[in-house]
Design a protein around this ligand. Structure first.
Ligand SMILES: *Cc1c(COP(=O)(O)O)cnc(C)c1O
Length: 233
């Protein structure tokens, strides 16, 4: 068994036990294998082990990698997106997790018009309020939902957040919980279902699952430590 296959199995087991504790169906949590900084051979290894959804945080890196990977896998953008790359991102990715402004929504809507299809997105919410983080402030989200409502080529599927980095995963829990509570509020006020909650990474995804995550974004626990500790975006 390859290292990645072993890691995948271990992560799947961790997902299953977290779902057990939370009394959730394992099928309600989808694993995104975040392959940033790793090459197509690592993606292929994960595909051979049954993984079908991959995450990247940079448009350029993904554009180079995707053509070298099996064609049937699904790609998600999990990192910050600049408006001038909206077109490219809309072409490459099935879901964009990191929409953090109305202007980016507009750019993606225009990209969708051009491609003749709907662009699926999540709104990134800066729940902690840290200045260093991307994401809409919670109070900005209702207006973004309203704006998106008038755009025909973007579909908001839910919300994404990144809690402050901490050693103690329990410290991340309040941020995950808060995102779910905000979702419940906005769901009733906006008419959007906002079914998807993208939250949890290698070290804290169990806590995120307990708090309602439907997408977890896992890199290190599958592919190993990245060569460079790049900023989490
Ligand atoms: C890199 C990255 C991840 C994965 O982080 P790990 O700690 O390696 O699991 C998840 N989400 C985003 C936005 C990332 O940039």
């Amino acid at each position: 068994m390859s290292a990645i296959e072993q890691n995948l199995q271990a992560v799947r087991e961790r997902i299953a036990s977290a779902c057990g504790r939370a009394r959730r169906d394992s099928a309600s949590v989808q694993l995104i294998a975040v392959s940033k900084t790793f090459g197509p051979e690592s993606v292929c290894e994960a595909v051979a082990a049954g993984q079908a959804i991959f995450g990247e945080n940079k448009v350029q890196e993904a554009a180079a990698k995707i053509p070298q990977c099996p064609g049937h896998v699904s790609w998600h953008l999990v990192g910050h997106l600049q408006r001038n790359k909206a077109n490219k991102a809309a072409q490459l990715f099935d879901l964009i997790h990191s929409v953090d402004s109305n202007r980016l929504l507009e750019a993606l809507n225009a990209a969708g018009e051009e491609l003749g299809r709907t662009v699926k997105v999540l709104l990134e919410v800066n729940v902690s309020g840290e200045a260093s983080k991307f994401g809409l402030k919670p109070e900005e989200v209702p207006a973004a939902l309203g704006a998106a409502n008038r755009m025909h080529r973007v579909e908001i599927r839910g919300l994404m957040t990144m809690p402050p980095l901490t050693e103690d995963v329990e410290k991340a829990r309040p941020y995950f919980r808060r995102l779910r509570e905000l979702r419940d509020e906005w769901r009733s006020s906006s008419g959007y279902a906002l079914d998807e909650l993208s939250m949890g990474m290698s070290h804290d995804f169990e806590v995120a699952i307990e708090e309602g995550a439907t997408w977890i974004r896992v890199g290190t626990a599958l592919f190993g430590t990245r060569a460079k500790r790049e900023a989490l975006e």
